[in-house]
Design a protein around this ligand. Structure first.
Ligand code: PMP
Length: 364
């Protein structure tokens, strides 16, 4: 009955729900520490949650299908036209919309070999071929090699900065030069899911690519620094022409009213965002110092997570889970010796480091 390609389509495997882990261990949910999905350990934006609660009282109405109010707010925030924005059910949905709009069977999609798995899933879903370009030795994207991998069949190129799962970021100059060097038959998606964690003074401003009319879309999400992962809302900014194409392939009411209200308010929650950014930098330093003291190799990160080398990543993940600590193995990214850890609160980071001592002592 189904399309034959679905027989070989990989399925995204989310981690086990925290409630299930707690039940299996006979613990309360509050006793489980989840540092596996790069969520915000400081909770959701309080302004966002207040707005969501208010919006809930009007749930009999369909949402604003064009996200007019949110796009107006984003336009003011970015100094771009409201027509430069497309809002999605998580930035994941926008990655899928790119597939709908641009991919036919046989097309090629260029991405890094250690890149967010959804780029590959979406490519395969539309019958396109993921072309995975090896990362540099420092775990950053090899932008020169990615450029060289572009052929006449390439339709999409994905670059995340900071990149998940490696945490490496590119400078504004590198990203602008890369975007300008790509041929015009290619759409570049610059995934900035973690960009709010960059030092604001050093964060790339890519709006000039939009003004130049490049075939570029930049993605942002409310799932990370704004702490709204459970509400599923993200957005892209691009030329009006590109946004117009994505609007043709999206569902009429793809983003619910509660999430739209929360996102709008969260954009104004500047104190919360500043605090999360500050605490994340502090937590990252705590982990880096702790790992260096233990002689554990790690990749310097610009995001809210860190890759570290533990020997056997799957065993480490499994053992940590028995202790009520959920981390992310990255064997599927070709990194069997590593795990990815979300930066937690100071207490969560300390608990992880002490469990790491136990794991390493056992492994020796
Ligand atoms: N891009 C990257 C690089 C990510 O790591 C994630 C979340 N893990 C996403 C996009 C998707 O985020 P969301 O759908 O929650 O907006």
């Amino acid at each position: 009955l189904a399309r034959p390609e679905l027989a070989t389509q990989p399925v995204y495997e989310p981690g086990k729900p925290i409630e299930d882990v707690a039940r299996e261990l006979g613990l309360a949910v509050a006793d489980i520490t989840k540092l596996a999905s790069n969520e915000n350990p400081f909770g959701p934006s309080p302004l966002g949650i207040a707005a969501a609660q208010h919006a809930l009282t009007h749930s009999e109405l369909y949402p604003d299908g064009d996200c007019v109010a949110l796009r107006a707010r984003l336009a003011a925030y970015w100094q771009l036209s409201p027509r430069a924005f497309v809002v999605g059910n998580g930035s994941n949905e926008i990655i899928e919309l790119l597939g709908h709009a641009f991919l036919r069977p046989g097309d090629e999609v260029v991405m890094g070999s250690c890149a967010f798995v959804v780029y590959k899933l979406v490519s395969l879903l539309f019958g396109a071929k993921p072309v995975e370009v090896p990362m540099r030795a420092d775990f950053a994207h090899d932008l020169d090699a990615m450029l060289a991998a572009v052929t006449a069949h390439t339709r999409l190129v994905f670059v995340a900065s900071p990149n998940n799962p490696t945490g490496r970021a590119h400078s504004q100059a590198e990203l602008l030069a890369f975007a300008r060097a790509l041929p015009p038959h290619v759409v570049l998606c610059i995934d900035e899911a973690y960009a709010e964690y960059l030092d604001p003074a050093a964060a790339p401003d890519l709006c000039e690519l939009i003004a130049e009319g490049r075939h570029v879309i930049c993605l942002r999400t409310f799932s990370k620094v704004y702490g709204l992962a459970g509400l599923r809302i993200g957005y892209g900014y691009a030329s009006e022409e590109l946004v117009g194409l994505l609007n043709r392939v999206r569902q009429p009411f793809n983003v619910n009213a509660i999430s739209q209200a929360a996102a709008r308010a969260a954009l104004d929650d500047v104190d919360f965002v500043a605090r999360c950014r500050r605490e994340n930098a502090r937590g990252l330093r705590q982990l880096e110092v702790g790992l260096a003291e233990r002689g554990v190799e790690f990749v310097a990160s610009a995001a809210n997570f860190i890759l570290l080398k533990v020997g056997d990543g799957v065993r480490c993940f499994q053992w940590m889970q028995t202790q009520g600590m959920i981390v992310r193995p990255v064997a599927s990214y070709g990194l069997p010796e590593w795990i990815r850890l979300t930066v937690g609160t100071a207490a969560q980071n300390a608990r992880f480091l002490s469990l790491l001592d136990e794991f390493l002592a056992k492994a020796r």
